[in-house]
Design a protein around this ligand. Structure first.
Ligand code: UD1
Length: 417
């Protein structure tokens, strides 16, 4: 197994390019299943989750080729509609094959993902939505079995705005008969990109990016052609890296409109953020001010940035409160940050952080994807050496993060445990 080693205390400077968004690339790869032909997706990041998605596509019978960062997906010979447990358990987003397979082949069998480190994360809203489109859904030996000769448009009001649920329904409804209206839909930029890509395939979707999305079903879609948007969570992580080290970093690919909540909170903490032609420049303050945050759905503060922001607050000059409202168990990084000297108390769904003058390096363990990033950020600001183990979590969602940080001057490298 590998670990990341960081010798903290360096102020980062320079510029860094953000990779393609994992959470956009995943639904797009699965959207290729909606058409019969060869789809192309460029700017796909090189990540473990992407490899899992490709494995799943191949398992279904798709031919997938990678040529210079561009994936070609041939969906002419799909012979299976089953997403097996082994793949779904390593990546929950595998459930996003449900909508496309059901819509195109009338049948899908997808393993139930079960719980994960950050909470129960059910898919009941995906299933309820597909049932509203006329699918018959059965649970059988841990698998969801969905069938529908032809999906029919319907009005679906989500109990809460689910990103994956909205994506599954967007894809399924694109090939349904008649109009579907999704109410209380998720509004994340990744939803907008998926809708744009589906429209380029011939779908008729309006309203993506708002809470009400209308989808006029079409008979057939043409193969997918798109370029993945930059990863706003990776961008946000580099923005915090600049802030926590008092650095000066141009984050190329960071988009102001997608980062409003983070920009506002980082500014409150004392960072100066300036838009430039192809990204955002972040200059960290000498001393960070404490800031309260409350995670929520887009455009609120992203839950995927909560752990990283907590690392920032461990070295702020005062007390801050971070409330997690999206996932019930997303404070696994707290114990590890405490091992580095952080003063954090959990109070229900909130964490109260009393900022310290400086954190101290320690051996720590990554527990999930964003928690890993949080520990690396803490390590950048800490005295002495921090060693982060179990970095397979990190490799699920950050492309060469240690190399990108090293290019900004950080003392960070990967080695065998
Ligand atoms: C996606 C992102 C993930 C991010 C999350 C919230 C991908 C691949 N992953 O995950 O990085 O943290 O959005 O921004 O894009 N829920 C239900 N029933 C459902 C579906 C969801 O109760 O059927 C609940 C979840 O347990 C959670 C909340 O809704 O509490 C939001 O989940 P959702 O938006 O669906 O997250 P994902 O799509 O799984």
């Amino acid at each position: 197994m590998e670990k990341i080693v960081i010798k903290g205390g360096v102020s980062l400077s320079g510029d860094v390019q953000v990779s393609g968004a994992k959470n956009s690339a995943l639904p797009l790869l699965f959207a290729a299943l909606l058409a019969d032909g060869v789809g192309e997706i460029s700017n796909v990041p090189d990540l473990r989750d992407i490899n899992t998605a490709v494995k799943l596509l191949r398992e279904l019978g798709a031919e997938v080729d990678l040529q210079g960062g561009c994936y070609k997906i041939n969906t002419k010979k799909i012979q299976s509609v089953e997403a097996p447990y082994d793949l779904v358990k390593t990546m929950r987003a595998s459930v996003l094959v449900l909508g496309p397979l059901l819509a195109r082949f009338g049948h899908a069998r997808v393993s139930l993902p079960g719980g994960c480190a950050i909470g129960a994360r059910p898919i009941n809203l995906h299933l309820k939505g597909l049932e509203a489109l006329g699918a018959k859904i059965q649970l059988d030996h841990g698998y969801v079995e969905a069938r529908a000769e032809k999906l029919r448009g319907a009005k679906i009001s989500f109990d809460l705005p689910t990103v994956g649920g909205t994506e599954n329904l967007l894809m399924a409804a694109s090939l349904a008969e008649g109009e579907t209206v999704l109410e209380n839909a998720a509004r994340e930029p990744e939803i907008v990109q998926l809708a744009q890509a589906l429209n380029a395939m011939g779908a008729k979707i309006t309203g993506a990016g708002t809470a009400i999305i209308r989808i006029q079903g079409v008979e057939k879609l043409t193969p997918l052609m798109c370029q993945v948007i930059p990863d706003r969570i990776e961008a946000g992580t580099f923005m915090i890296a600049a802030a926590i080290t008092g650095g000066n970093v141009l984050v190329r690919g960071a988009v102001s409109e997608d980062q409003e909540a983070l920009i506002s909170k980082l500014t409150e903490a004392g960072a100066v953020i300036t838009p430039e032609a192809d990204g955002l420049r972040v200059v960290g303050p000498k001393k960070l001010a404490p800031v309260d945050i409350r995670t929520s759905v887009f455009p609120g503060f992203p839950t995927d940035m909560q752990a990283q922001f907590m690392a920032l607050m461990t070295v702020a000059d005062g007390t801050s409160r971070i409330s997690e409202t999206v996932f019930e168990n997303r404070f696994m990084h707290v114990c590890e940050l405490q091992r580095m000297g952080a003063d954090i108390q959990i109070d229900g769904h909130s964490a109260i952080i009393r900022g310290a003058e400086q954190m101290t390096g320690a051996p720590v363990m990554a527990t999930d994807l964003r928690a890993s990033a949080s520990l690396i950020l803490a390590g950048l600001a800490a005295q002495n050496t921090t060693e982060v183990s179990r970095i397979y979590h990190l490799d699920r969602g950050y492309e060469k993060i240690e190399k990108k940080l090293a290019a900004l001057g950080a003392n960070i490298w990967r080695e065998q445990e």
